[in-house]
Design a protein around this ligand. Sequence first.
Ligand SMILES: *Cc1c(COP(=O)(O)O)cnc(C)c1O
Length: 397
Amino acid sequence: MIYLDNAATTPVRDEVLEAMLPFFKQFYGNPSNVYSLSLLARRALDGAREAVAKAIGAKLPAEIFFTGSGTEADNLAILGLARARKDLGKHIITSAVEHHAVLHACDQARSEGFEVTRLPVDKFGVIDLECLNKALREDTILVSIMLANNEIGSLQPIAEIAEILRKHQAYLHTDAVQAVGHIKIDVQELGVDALSLSAHKFGGPKGVGALYLRTGVRPKAIIYGGGQEHGLRSGTENVPGIVGLGKAITLATEELSMNSKLLKEKRDYIIKEISRDIELAKLTGHPERRLPGNASFVFAGVEGESLLMQLDRQGVCASAGSACSASALGVSHVLEAIGLRPSIAKGSLRLSLAPDITYEDIDKAVSIIVKSVKKLQSIAPKATLRKFVQEVEGAGK
Ligand SMILES: *Cc1c(COP(=O)(O)O)cnc(C)c1O
């Protein structure tokens, strides 16, 4: 099997699993209690909090709040901050290409009386700062823009957005779930007030995430109970998961510069091979300002779902857009936002790499992809292929 879907999730690393295991059966104490078994668990949480703070350049470990997922971190940031700041205004700005964890949390805020502006993006999936300037209002309380897109890999100019907001009351939240562990993250340089991350996207376990909140930034809780995580996330802490997150983020950060160089070389090799061997193919996302491990395409005359099934039969795991929209049957809102018609957007393929993939496996996967796409294109109506040429290649490949 060749796994090319690391943006959907990654396997837990051996060192991470090893770090987690003692906290299931040996050090199982509830971190809130006073005896020494609990103290061990609490120390482990403190260690993980320090590791996360260090990895993302937070000033203090107390600025890190553990959650049950990246989705929950996004919900806490958006709904929590909106509800906490409603007396200052009821306007939220986000973008058209956010993950559903952000878009649907914004929908919920809208149903509670907030007004939400979704900024459009250009053909590379990047927001326009002029548009942001125009959308900003006196009553804007929150801007939530992702750092890196999960489908097409494009990076947003977060530091520039922070600069625009410097003298404005609006907080800046960024969904950095695809970025953490893959590109350098420094919350001071980015200038964000809140940042979401998730362990399973960088070699950690599923079901654990974190929200960075700059000191002084205080959302309302969205879960109520025993008051863990300074009242922001009640519920007994997922100690093994949090330990795993801490270990995974430490390893990913240590290996970042080497891995991102490897990934970029392999990504660019895949893009070159596929673009050369498949005639009617277009790279989606920004050509340079993109995640090091993301190669995403649309192919003329191809049904993404059929392609994925053919690839699966030949041992290649990839996805059409995001794992989350795969079941929705509709076309991706991201591809729609970059201006692709549904008939073209449905021919999408996202390859997301791990740094240790071999060139032998890449060559194998590319040859399977090329063969499968060509087969599907050979039975596609000629009119569909012509339309792709007119609409996509005509607009500048
Ligand atoms: C995966 C992902 C999420 C959701 O994280 P989970 O931990 O799976 O809930 C949110 N945003 C982006 C950009 C993602 O890629």
